[in-house]
Write a protein that binds this ligand. Structure first.
Ligand code: CUO
Length: 661
């Protein structure tokens, strides 16, 4: 049934300006109500701090003052005795607290309160679709919703390539940067791994610093492969903070809450010292340089200076995790006072570069918000640089020795790929999909509004591995599958070190190996990196968050995951050559003892598992996370590894999305 519930809010919960309107408001939302639910009248907490952010302003996790306000609100939500109190305080907050901040903090609380397992949060694209789409859609949608009754509405079409024309070379990869699913993944990731809260346990998750490094490293590897497919150079690091940023970006997004357009950044903009009293930000570019130098110093000496001046070694086990927390930085940085806030403040400097002293009364650009940052070419330049700093550390580690790489008794004789385009070929194309916008738009009448948009897609395929087990007994192995480009911009073969850094994880799963020959078949759809299309968008055909749905329980954590339609890069019309790599490692050395029952764990590679440890004991990115003395990938191979040449063939056609189940 579609019976709606309406909450009856105590009168004094309404802000003064709404008091006379109370009856109108309840009519508005209650007109077609099926049943009324009274909201418990509780002693209300002090919201003074979170209310300092004006209702119609933008909210950024990267802005320190916003972080503190959000931290307070999260604590309030986390501190509510039970669900009814939480609901009550939420209804009090809803008309007072900035909606972006409210949504973020409530989502964090729902993700982390034990009594909230099973509570549904509407997917972010539905709640704030304005962060993901061309505003023309909303104007059209408004027209549509005013003249056509819900149920008979035609989808509104979002144009392809609406932010620039082909004079801008960067536009060739706009389909990646502006992909709705990719941006939703990034928003979800930062929701699952917040960097600030008075409740340390929310931040201090197993290997979160390392995952910060690894997930973003993989974004860069994927983006670089996408660029090579499109005849672009790999990303140039943004490493000289005094140099102009060549790439401009004009987002063409409107904020529905702030009722204004997101500011652009012109080509050739240089970041400048910030002095924005309104955001309580005063920061000099030189601070970034100081923090950078201290980070490099820690890597060079393999020691971190703690607040009490003691030294802490960066050991092989925990080094990258500590550096991740230090770099981002999160509240579990070993010394925020000294190592500062390099990554986050980089976002802040770039996002205010168009108005560093607020003289034009402009808010931050897309780099200031984790829901929109990946749209901007500079995101990848910044994160390439961040990744380079992490790699400085990885270069300090000794190469893996045979006992870490080999799996005695196990020979992987081949890996290949079967699909409709033929063996070892993946077909890619454009797909036309439909997503629900209704919930995020304040239309009258309310109801379904569908938006139709185009995104990259690939044909489903199957990995086939031939494995010979001569150990004489059944064993368990971890299958690790990666893909990388084979040549550089000039068509020359990539050396081992460049290629290992370009490796994109496609899948990781365990397999039982009987004595003798084994054939392992594994579907691309079951990737440990991605979540299914239906989960990214929660489209009309599958609504895992519907009340009563068994899938509702883990929904928002499960919203984190690379969108499946972006598993494979676009390739080229002639066929883009890549190398497919597989390794079988000894599960006895990889396994993490824990119970995974009932947890959402199908996109663990980039997102981890809710309330669990990262489900692989090896370094993230293993075996390519550190250098090796190999000249070429072929020198690196062991009997338990195999490679194959694969072609990605792009067909410039647009096909309507078909249900796959
Ligand atoms: Cu995900 Cu810079 O951390 O955006």
């Amino acid at each position: 049934g579609d019976e709606k519930a309406v909450f009856e809010i105590p009168d004094h919960y309404y802000p003064d300006k709404y008091k006379q309107l109370t009856s109108t408001i309840s009519n508005r939302f209650g007109g077609d109500a099926g049943r009324a639910i009274p909201v418990r009248n509780i002693a209300l907490p002090n919201l003074a701090l979170p209310m300092e952010l004006p209702y119609n302003d933008q909210f950024s996790l990267f802005v320190p003052k916003h972080r503190v306000m959000a931290g307070k609100l999260i604590d309030i939500f986390m501190g509510m005795r039970d669900l009814e109190d939480l609901q009550s305080v939420c209804s009090f907050c809803q008309l007072r607290i900035n909606p972006y901040m409210f949504n973020y903090c409530l989502s964090v609380a729902i993700l982390h309160r034990p009594d909230c397992k099973g509570v549904n949060i509407p997917t972010f694209a539905e709640t704030f679709p304005d962060k993901f789409m061309d505003p023309k859609v909303f104007r059209k949608a408004r027209e549509v919703s005013n003249v056509v009754t819900s149920g008979n509405r035609m989808p509104v079409t979002i144009p392809v390539n609406y932010t620039a024309n082909s004079s801008e070379p960067e536009q060739r990869v706009a389909y990646f940067r502006e992909d709705i699913g990719i941006n939703l993944h990034h928003w979800h990731w930062h929701l699952v791994y917040p960097f600030d809260s008075a409740d340390r346990s929310i931040v201090n998750k197993d290997r979160r610093g390392e995952l910060f490094y690894y997930m973003h490293q993989q974004i860069i590897a994927r983006y670089n492969m996408e660029r090579l497919c499109n005849g672009l150079q790999r990303v140039r690091r943004f490493m000289n903070f005094r140099e102009p940023i060549d790439e401009g970006y004009f987002p063409k997004l409107d904020s529905q809450v702030a009722s204004r357009a997101w500011p652009p950044r012109f080509a050739g903009t240089t970041i400048r010292d910030l002095d924005r009293p309104v955001d309580q930000i005063r920061a000099d570019v030189s601070e970034l340089e100081t923090w950078r130098d201290r980070f490099v110093q820690a890597v060079e000496s393999l020691t971190v200076t703690l607040p009490n001046n003691r030294q802490m070694p960066l050991d092989e086990e925990r080094g990258i995790d500590i550096l991740g927390n230090m770099m981002e930085s999160s509240i579990i940085s070993p010394n925020r006072g000294y190592y500062g806030d390099l990554h986050n403040m980089g976002h802040v400097f770039i996002s205010y570069s168009h108005d560093p002293d607020h003289r034009h009364l402009e808010q931050f650009g897309v780099m200031g918000d984790s829901a929109t940052a990946m749209r901007d070419p500079v995101f990848y330049r910044w994160h390439s640089y961040i990744d380079d700093l992490f790699q400085l550390y990885k270069y300090k580690l000794n190469p893996y020795t045979d006992d870490k790489l080999d799996f005695p008794g196990i020979r992987l004789s081949s890996i290949s790929l079967e699909g409709p385009a033929g063996n070892n070929t993946v077909g890619t194309f454009w797909e036309l999909s439909t997503v629900e916008l209704g919930r995020g738009l304040d239309f009258t009448p309310r109801g379904s509004v569908l938006a139709r948009f185009t995104h990259l897609q690939h044909q489903d395929f199957t990995y086939v591995l031939e494995v010979n087990n001569t150990s004489g007994q059944g064993v368990m192995g971890t299958v690790r599958i990666f893909m990388a480009p084979t040549v550089n911009e000039q068509g020359e073969p990539l050396g081992f070190d460049e290629q290992r850094r370009a490796m994109v994880e496609l899948d990781k799963f365990t397999a039982g190996l009987r004595p003798g020959n084994n054939t392992i078949r594994h579907r691309s759809l079951d990737s440990s990196v991605t979540i299914p299309y239906e989960r990214t968008f929660r489209d009309q055909s599958a609504r895992p968050g519907d009340p009563g749905s068994s899938e509702a329980a883990e929904f928002d954590f499960c919203g984190c995951g690379w969108p499946h339609h972006m598993l494979i890069p676009k390739g080229t019309a002639q066929g883009y050559p890549v190398v497919l790599f597989a390794m079988i490692s000894n599960w006895a050395d990889d396994r993490v003892e824990q119970d995974l029952v009932g947890s959402c764990n199908d996109a663990a590679s980039y997102c981890g598992i809710r309330d669990r440890r990262y489900p692989d004991r090896r370094a993230m990115g293993f075996p390519f996370d550190r250098p090796a003395p190999a000249q070429a990938l072929s020198d690196f191979l062991r009997p338990n590894m195999a490679v194959n040449d694969v072609t990605i063939r792009f067909s410039d056609t647009t096909r309507p999305r078909q249900q796959r189940r």
